[in-house]
Write a protein that binds this ligand. Structure first.
Ligand code: MN
Ligand code: MN
Length: 480
């Protein structure tokens, strides 16, 4: 090679390296010791997923782990008449479906808080208020699906029942059936291919009706042959024996059918985690671990877990409710011993937030729906999503460039492997997160989390490198 062509080559190498943006693989960037740490992190993450199949179970598990690390209930601090000091670790719970974990900062709260918000609900099938019926001598349970599902995922798949039944006297019966090896599971039957001639002609979205998502519940009849609906009666008797409940109690219940499968390693190299509910419990777990590690932050750190994101952040446990504002108000009251609303508004408006939610990774089986220049990649680190929404950025908060730059600086200074992402090609579809509701406080907010394969399916897939990097990113944000 002559000198001139070598110089030319070096020049474009230099331009590429110094001026171009290049994706990095998390695994390439981690030293061996940290790779091992990342793998260990995923083991604990899988245990969390198996213990947290519903929003209530996730909250229970989060509170358990937080208490282990010395977090104290805010109400207890109030009751003891204790004033909060910098570095205190506290939490609040809302109706068993929200938690806010807080570590008080050195700076006054009204200077602004650092917030990470994720959601702990996931798409599933809920039992209807009067679910039990008998048809053709088969006992069945009617469901109403929750969140954005592809209905065919839920047929011929083992399901477990989780949730609560509230009796008239207020007693709460917890049910978890289908997770233990010795438990029975539930299933929704599918039509055999031999008789699917008509169904196969239908569009995918119309081939399975919502009213066809009925769960097989039993077939053994009551002994009394003269009785009508002997199977339904036998199941009612069984429910009464096992849980001490009557049919009317099912009208005051929240029973959810979720995949009965456990979180598993995926691939010959075990590089990925496959499990139900990773949207968004992957962000819940990684942000939880980040705040459990958070000691004496500069700004007050809050990690929030919300419900109802999958159905529009509605209800008094969703991000559109006042739970979070009320928590900040109470926090201020405990710090100052007094309350002035302006300080609460300042704490919120001066805040910085990460809306911790998942993105979609380019899937080689479905390449066509992604803009390959802008889509997130499996294994390439935490995804910064400036905007979500659909149809011309509709219904997104669209983060300010200044704030995205601030997060970029924090990530680069802390050697976080990050990438950008868009949910798919323009006009291909879209979706939203809690970011738009956080933005209403005037707070800066950016969507930030790992990218998944098969989002909203019973077997969502995440990369172990991304999971670990997400945790590191949240940790850096909280202390920054
Ligand atoms: Mn989500
Ligand atoms: Mn979702």
């Amino acid at each position: 090679m002559d000198k001139e062509s070598k110089e030319t080559k070096d020049r474009w190498k230099k331009i590429k390296e110094e001026l171009g943006f290049e994706l990095k693989l998390v695994w390439d960037q981690l030293p061996q010791a940290e790779r091992e740490e990342a793998l260990k992190f995923s083991e604990n993450y899988k245990a969390f997923l198996n213990a947290a199949k519903t929003e209530r179970e996730a909250i229970r598990e989060i509170v358990r782990l937080a208490e282990e690390q010395g977090f104290v209930l805010l109400d207890e601090m109030t009751a003891r008449g204790k004033k909060l000091r910098p570095g205190n670790k506290i939490y609040t719970v809302n109706k068993e479906k929200n938690v806010a974990l807080i570590v008080t900062g050195k700076e006054p709260v009204w200077n602004g808080i650092n917030l990470i918000g994720s959601h702990v609900d996931a798409p599933r099938l809920d039992l209807k208020p009067l679910p039990l019926y008998e048809e053709q001598g088969i006992g069945l349970l009617k469901t109403h699906y929750y969140g954005g599902i592809k209905k065919y995922h839920w047929l011929s798949h083992p399901l477990a029942m989780h949730g609560v039944v509230i009796k008239q006297n207020g007693e709460k019966v917890n049910i978890s059936l289908g997770e233990d090896e010795n438990d029975p599971v539930f299933v929704i039957t599918d039509l055999l291919p031999h008789l699917s001639k008509d169904q196969m002609q239908k569009k995918l979205g119309e081939a399975i009706s919502g009213e066809a998502l009925n769960i097989l519940a039993g077939t053994f009849p009551l002994e009394e042959k003269e009785a009508k609906e002997r199977v339904k009666l036998a199941i009612l008797e069984l429910l009464n024996q096992k849980y001490d409940i009557i049919e009317e109690d099912l009208t005051t219940a929240e029973l959810e059918l979720v995949p009965a499968t456990k979180a598993r390693d995926v691939g010959l190299d075990r590089s990925m985690v496959g499990a139900y509910g990773q949207d968004d419990r992957v962000c819940a777990y990684t942000s939880l671990r980040a705040i459990l590690n958070c000691q004496n932050p500069v700004r007050t750190a809050v990690v929030l877990f919300v419900d109802k994101e999958e159905i529009g952040s509605t209800g008094n446990t969703g991000m559109r409710s006042r739970f979070f504002e009320n928590t900040v108000a109470e926090l201020l009251y405990l710090i100052a011993g007094d309350y002035d609303e302006i300080y609460c508004r300042k704490a919120l408006a001066n805040g910085r937030a990460l809306s911790a939610d998942v993105g979609a990774a380019v899937d080689p089986n479905w390449e066509g729906v992604y803009d390959k220049y802008n889509a997130a990649r499996m294994g390439c680190g935490v995804v910064m999503t400036k905007y979500t929404g659909s149809g011309g950025k509709y219904s997104t908060s669209d983060a300010n460039a200044e704030f995205v730059a601030e997060i970029r600086r924090v990530f680069n200074e802390n050697k976080i492997v990050w990438q950008t992402g868009e949910l798919g090609k323009v006009d291909q579809g879209g979706g939203g997160t809690i970011a738009q509701f956080i933005a209403r406080y005037g707070m800066d907010v950016l969507d930030c989390g790992p990218a998944l394969f098969s989002m909203h399916s019973p077997m969502e897939v995440a990369h172990k490198g991304d999971i670990y990097m997400c945790y590191r990113a949240y940790e850096a944000f909280l202390k920054g």
